[in-house]
Write a protein that binds this ligand. Structure first.
Ligand code: GDP
Ligand code: ZN
Length: 447
């Protein structure tokens, strides 16, 4: 892409009528277009009153013009911002006028893309802009703001630098391949690798928490038929969304609800009960339930408090791969008394009476935020793509460790290089063009 030659324009404010509307123009022709539009000589970073005119000289609108010469602008190019009245019709006329004067309608995310290409932002920061704008609560917004400030990127870069230092050490040792690693600072290398692995593991946990803040937590309700999964979903969602019946195996399809717990989004998926047998439709429901388990963060296992053991076997293998698990004994209203030896990991509730639901809320909030319910210092937002990249890096670091054990220094160095490369995908220093296209096209126009 040739960012330097064409000039782009778009409305930067939200669609619809508003008090003020803003147009962003970026590229080498930005200043000339502003002047042709009727702006006076614009001094850098000064607000100028201006009357924006059409080709015939008639005033389309009046407002404020601001000029940010390159490289000290959002995109790193010459940027002019035109603020007028927030009328969609007038703003569209102004865009049309800019296009007539030589600009081109910007694609979604193209301003951020140019900022990235010109080194004003790295990729994780550019993504944080979109996440900040889309944030659905204050905590997610604050986390996205931190990522935009580079908190996440710096963590990634620190881990990357550790990897590079280690690689240099290993590669230096390759030149003395005849000697055993231990005489070449092998302890230091192994210790350094241990430190990198710890840093990567912590980074992945923090990024995973950041991803949950952005995407919300995805939970699947599982358990034997009739344990009360649908009733519990209704109780949590506070509606009669799922169909509740007395006939075992009624919830044949999957139903989902999004609920909010202290600003954290939780998507709950109700599934068909897991049990052996059943008719074809029920088996299809169970197949879908198992498919949901492949990509969920949390399994909420709902068992009948009167006979919790009964459902165990059917769910055990389905939930084995799910990272987070929450065990629930429902229908505790039907118990004479709560068992004396309550397992701390089990929450006793009654979907029918609502008893225990507040404790369930607390547990869900703890699980969603990864620790305590309060936001964590330095918490940043992240995306699934980032977590995957860190996981990839962790895999390479593990293989590097294995190669070191066998004193395969070249292979260890290569694994360290690959780990670094995986991290590079996050900040975009090594990203393929198609990845960039995918990321920026999900932005909206004007960003
Ligand atoms: P699912 O098959 O696991 O989704 O179970 P349902 O939510 O359809 O509930 C099965 C039956 O158990 C229904 O008759 C519900 O009214 C009843 N039920 C669900 N939760 C409770 C509870 O906490 N207490 C009592 N007494 N009955 C419940
Ligand atoms: Zn159900």
């Amino acid at each position: 892409m040739n960012a330097a030659t064409d000039t782009i324009v778009a409305i930067a404010t939200a669609p619809g009528a508003g008090g003020v509307g803003m147009l962003r123009v970026s590229g080498p022709q930005a200043l000339r277009i502003a002047v042709d539009l009727g702006c006076p000589q614009l001094q850098p970073r000064h607000a100028h009153y201006a009357r924006f005119r059409d080709a015939a000289g008639e005033v389309l609108d009046d407002g404020i013009a601001l000029y940010f010469p390159n490289p000290r602008s959002f995109t790193g190019e010459d940027v002019v911002e035109l603020q007028g009245h927030g009328s969609p019709v007038v703003l569209q006329q102004l865009v049309g006028r800019c296009i007539a004067l030589g600009a081109r309608q910007a694609r979604p995310g193209e301003f951020s893309e140019r900022a990235f290409l010109n080194g004003k932002l790295d990729l994780a920061q550019a993504e944080a802009i979109a996440d900040l704008i889309a944030a659905s609560d204050t905590r997610a917004a604050r986390a996205a703001r931190r990522s935009l400030d580079g908190v996440f990127s710096r963590r990634v870069e620190d881990a990357g630098e550790q990897l590079v230092r280690l690689r240099i050490h290993v590669e230096a040792a390759i030149d003395f391949a005849d000697e055993p690693l231990d005489t070449l600072g092998g302890d230091q290398v192994r210790q350094g690798l241990g430190e990198v692995q710890l840093a990567l593991a912590t980074l992945r946990d923090d990024a995973e928490r950041g991803r949950r803040l952005r995407d919300g937590l995805h939970a699947v309700l599982v358990g034997p038929p009739n344990a009360g999964k649908s009733s519990l979903l209704n109780a949590l969602a506070g509606s009669e969304r799922a169909i509740v019946t007395d006939i075992a195996g009624t919830t044949r399809d999957t139903l989902r609800e999004t609920i909010r717990i202290d600003g954290l989004e939780l998507t709950l998926v109700d599934t068909a009960g897991l049990r052996d047998g059943g008719d074809a439709i029920e088996r299809e429901g169970m197949r879908r339930a198992r498919a949901e388990m492949q990509r969920t963060d949390l399994a909420i296992i709902v068992l009948d408090a009167r006979d919790p053991q009964a459902g165990h076997a059917a769910v055990a293998d389905a939930i084995a791969e799910v990272p987070l698990q929450l065990w629930i004994h429902n229908k505790s209203d039907l118990l004479e008394a709560l068992p004396a030896d309550i397992d701390a990991n089990v929450v006793h509730v009654s979907a029918a009476t609502g008893q225990g639901l507040d404790r369930l809320h607390t547990r869900l909030r703890e699980l969603a935020s990864g620790s305590a319910g309060d936001s964590v210092e330095g918490e940043f937002s992240a995306r699934a793509r980032h977590v995957e990249a860190i996981t990839l890096a962790i895999g390479h670091a593990e293989r590097a460790e294995a190669e070191l054990v066998h004193e395969h220094l070249e292979l260890a160095a290569e694994e360290l290089r690959l780990a670094h490369e995986a991290l590079g995908e996050i900040t975009g220093r090594m990203s393929a063009d198609d990845l960039l296209g995918r990321i920026f096209s999900s932005f909206c126009i004007g960003k």
